[in-house]
Design a protein around this ligand. Structure first.
Ligand SMILES: O=C(O)CCC(=O)C(=O)O
Ligand SMILES: [Mn+2]
Length: 214
């Protein structure tokens, strides 16, 4: 994973209140990132999902796929996704991130931004499945895109814009999802493909959550 020479790269904290976000460039480097991008473009079961908003259906402006341990179901925007079984590539990346971060993950949401018109709108990853203080590890491959963060209530807090470069790793933990939203907006200029993998940990089966909610 690391170069043979020079200091081992490390996750650095992003200065933010009400959050725990760390980031590093070069978790993976070229040419390895190129091989990973090609393998994932080929082997992931990419789909363009629909989302329901105000009783209307829209195609998501990106392709996605959900992988993970058997039973790690994910409900999003009214649809429940059963995980595909881990591929060797995804499992290898998961193990590398677990070794560096000390966190364990049982699932991954794969997103493919085909070009500058693909995006993800403002949201928090605060679904009940992920628990109160989810740890989400986000690996980027391919074209650099800008990852924006905004505080949900505190207008005095400046927005943050991070360039998620090829091979970079971002970890959101603690109260980040409670207090901040994030987005990857469309780009004005032409942009090649980018894959983003967000490794997550589903803490409760869906049925248990429904029973526990009054
Ligand atoms: O593409 C990214 O960097 C972020 C993706 C994301 O926020 C998500 O899938 O929940
Ligand atoms: Mn997200």
């Amino acid at each position: 994973m690391n170069d043979l020479f020079g200091p081992a790269p490390a996750l650095e904290p992003i200065p933010m209140i009400d959050a725990d976000v760390t980031f590093m460039h070069g978790f993976y480097r070229q040419p390895h990132t190129g091989f990973l991008l090609q393998a994932l473009l080929r082997e992931i079961a990419w789909r363009q999902e629909t989302i329901r908003l105000w009783d209307k259906e829209y195609l998501q402006p990106r392709l996605s796929a959900w992988y993970g341990d058997a039973g790690a179901r994910y409900t999003y925007s009214g649809s429940t996704f059963e995980p595909h079984a881990w591929t060797e590539t995804l499992m290898g990346i998961k193990e590398d991130i677990e070794a560096l971060s000390g966190h364990r993950f049982n699932s991954v949401l794969c997103n493919l931004y085909r070009n500058e018109r693909d995006s993800v709108s403002w949201h928090s990853d605060n679904e009940a499945e992920f628990g109160e203080q989810p740890v989400i590890a986000s690996l980027s491959l391919g074209e650099t895109r800008v990852f924006k963060l905004r505080h949900k209530r505190r207008k005095d807090q400046k927005r943050i814009a991070l360039e998620l470069t090829d091979g970079s790793l971002l970890i959101m933990a603690g109260a980040t999802q409670q207090h901040w939203q994030h987005a990857v907006e469309k780009e004005r200029g032409p942009c090649g493909p980018r894959i983003n993998l967000t490794f997550r940990n589903i803490v409760l089966p869906r049925a248990a959550i429904i029973r526990a909610t009054p």
